[in-house]
Design a protein around this ligand. Structure first.
Ligand SMILES: C[S@@+](CC[C@H](N)C(=O)[O-])C[C@H]1O[C@@H](n2cnc3c(N)ncnc32)[C@H](O)[C@@H]1O
Length: 426
């Protein structure tokens, strides 16, 4: 990549956001794939099997994350044949493991955003910007089919949500997934009702239609009022959920993998060398869009927060490296929500074979004292993570994890400190 070809508006954007353009010159970033744990472990490929299928590529398991593999493009096996064989490397999409849907492509940094949710088999998870759906598939994989958990995915783009539907069907993880084509900033469908959850458990042995009848005949909480937004996709057992409202139907976990400027996605940016930078400037550097994007991200966070249960976890992530879309949004949120929110560190991040880059300073939030700013900066440095191609050998990515603590704090009669930090996850 010749950096002198970057358009001036993008150079300016990178400068304002303290992003080093050198990240776009990093070559041979590994690609990552993950097991589709819908299949029994005995049927899933090992690193050696993947390497064999890919012929001359090096495949390494990611330390600390079972079922994740880094694939080094263009590297020879130690005893690889001739250079011409290497040139004819098998493409990942052509290998049997991929064609049989036993692995899917997801960057390690994205995978860590999902792991930051610490999804449990009984969790109801909301994915507020879900398409095309790699994270949603991974969440559904983790929920599995033993418990009563579900995933609700929302995306504003009809064609992208259609892609997401194809993906969940293809990977056979659609059993507990509802998808909505809707604006995440105003989305108000609560988690599937707990009766709905029972339907899931009993669906094998009982007639789900009878259960649904019982639900619609008023076995509902007083506070609940029916809503009726048609899912874009839902399996039979979730299709007729009465869409109850009320605290007991809030989500256990929320991920806001927000719409952003995508500047951290190196492969995406490099494509514009061929497609033309004019299209890039029009799509991503438009001044109106740049001004509005942080507001959109904040609206998405607040919307997700309003649907999150007390003590629940919200993960905010972007594939931008811009300080405004990351640290500044985190600081704004912590300042606005005060003692209703704790910023937490990303669990087990130090056990994973990936090095995080330092977080950035240089954000501003109005009406904050210097002392508050220093406190928040220290919290952000301690808890949030950035991944970048140079430090982490992944795409550029940012992850923050918040816990909703209002009730717990009320019970303990805590004082009004701003954003208390507990590294409970460590
Ligand atoms: C970074 S992508 C999400 C990637 C996805 N989480 C995954 O893992 O494949 C951001 C998505 O946000 C969607 N989006 C943009 N504005 C939105 C809004 N107001 N509500 C819901 N989705 C929105 C876009 O259509 C896009 O699919």
């Amino acid at each position: 990549m010749d950096l002198s070809t970057l358009p001036p508006s993008f150079n300016e954007f990178l400068k304002i956001n303290d992003v080093d353009p050198v990240i776009y010159t990093v070559k041979d970033l590994p690609r990552f794939v993950r097991w589709n744990t819908r299949f029994p472990k005995s049927e899933l490929p090992s690193a050696e099997e993947l390497q064999q299928q890919l012929r001359a590529r090096k495949v390494s398991p990611v330390k600390g994350v079972e079922g994740f593999f880094g694939i080094q493009l263009g590297e020879n096996l130690p005893d690889s044949e001739s250079e011409s064989d290497t040139m004819q490397n098998t493409r990942i999409v052509d290998i049997p493991a991929y064609r049989e849907n036993k692995i899917f492509g997801i960057d390690l940094s994205s995978g860590l955003a999902v792991l930051a949710l610490q999804v449990q088999p009984n969790d109801h998870v909301l994915d507020l910007c879900c398409a095309p759906g790699a994270k949603l598939c991974m969440i559904s994989n983790i929920i599995g089919s033993e418990g009563t958990g579900t995933v609700t995915g929302v995306d504003i783009s009809p064609h992208r949500v259609a892609t997401c539907r194809s993906l969940v069907k293809r990977y056979q993880v659609a059993e507990r997934v509802r998808l909505f084509n809707a604006d995440g900033t105003t989305f108000k469908v609560y988690a599937p009702s707990r009766l709905g959850a029972r339907v899931i458990r009993e669906a094998d042995g009982e007639n789900p239609d009878r259960k649904r009848q019982q639900i619609s005949q008023g076995q509902t909480a007083e506070s609940s009022k029916p809503a009726s937004i048609k899912p874009f996709y839902a399996p039979k057992i979730l299709r007729f959920d009465p869409q109850m409202q009320g605290e007991e139907y809030l989500y256990d976990k929320v991920i806001v993998d927000a719409e952003c400027t995508h500047d951290g996605s190196i492969s995406h940016i490099l494509k514009y060398q061929t497609w033309g930078w004019d299209a890039f400037e029009k799509n991503f550097m438009d001044p109106d869009r740049l001004r509005d994007i942080c507001q959109l991200q904040r609206n998405l966070i607040e919307s997700g927060w309003s649907l999150l249960v007390d003590d629940g976890i919200l993960v905010y992530s972007t594939c931008s490296l811009s300080v405004r879309q990351n640290e500044e949004n985190v600081a704004w949120f912590l300042h606005k929500y005060g003692d209703e929110v704790e910023l937490e560190s990303i669990p087990n991040i130090h056990n994973v074979g990936i090095k995080a880059a330092p977080t950035k300073q240089g954000w501003t939030v109005p009406n904050m004292t210097d002392e508050q700013k220093r406190g928040l900066q220290a919290s952000i440095e301690r808890c949030c993570v950035r991944f970048d191609p140079i430090t982490s050998a992944t795409s550029g990515f940012f992850v923050a994890r918040f816990r909703k603590v209002r009730k717990r704090l009320e019970r303990k009669d805590h004082s009004n400190t701003i954003a208390p930090i507990h590294n409970r996850a460590e």
